[in-house]
Design a protein around this ligand. Sequence first.
Ligand code: CP
Length: 320
Amino acid sequence: MTTHEKIGEKKRSFLGAAELKKEEIQHLLTVAKKMAPHVRAGENIPLLSGKTVVNLFFENSTRTRTSFELATRKLGAGTLNFAASTSSVAKGETLIDTARNIEAMRPHCLVVRHASAGSPIFLDRSVSVPVVNAGDGFHEHPTQALLDVFTIEEKLGSVAGKRVVILGDIAHSRVARSNIHLLTKLGASVAVCAPPTLLPPHPERLGVDFAFRPEELLKSADVVMALRIQLERQNRMQIPSLNEYSQFWALTKERAKLLRKDAIILHPGPINRGVELDPEVADGPHSVILDQVFNGVIVRMAVLASVCDAKALSTWMSGK
Ligand code: CP
């Protein structure tokens, strides 16, 4: 989390998992754990009453945008949704001009999704309100990784010492990148698996193991994170066909039989059923995919409260 000095005020933004210290990750998880029973009971936690959070989405989203909106409302704040496709971006307005004009209406936080890697960081330097990264190109998706870690801890007790296998299009995945940062900082052992064309160059430099065949990794996994092929981020198809991909790399019913009984399967969504994940596996006993979606609301409440009003959050956490 970055703290900036700008126009005499401190602001905290949430831009990437790479920059988070272990203590900051653990603090956000602790906040989310304290918020969880209230959210499960349908209660609001109005730490941000009178504030406004703007969702600036320049790329499509179902889970992330909706859960940020719900999280904002549950914190007592107002929410405003900006969709690039129906905005003046279509008339040629730039990202910075768009953000500055939205900022002129005095919101308290901008949640940004953009197809260009680094755009939330760029934007953060141009506005005085906190910026939260809701996914930037193939760079980072830090709130997704935080909700994945929260879900692993909820299901398996702890991330430390767990074997996490990330299976799919690692090269173009912001989810894989952010998860590798968080999971390794928290002491998990991470392995990635993909066809050679869908692995980044020198995967070992990410601090993870790698294999080209899922069969080599599935038996030892506590967690399998299946990822979609990010065709929208590839200049040209980097596998011979989706059929061949499924044959060798999908988490099929047969491959899922290799898993230990207590292993869990995560997927950030959207799922391409029958491509990277068989429908029976997506809906089967190992799957915690819809729990991830629910936990997204809780974790995004923790992040928004932390960046928008750390003082109110601290008072609430201490029970005063
Ligand atoms: N996981 C995720 O980012 O999903 P959406 O694209 O639907 O927000």
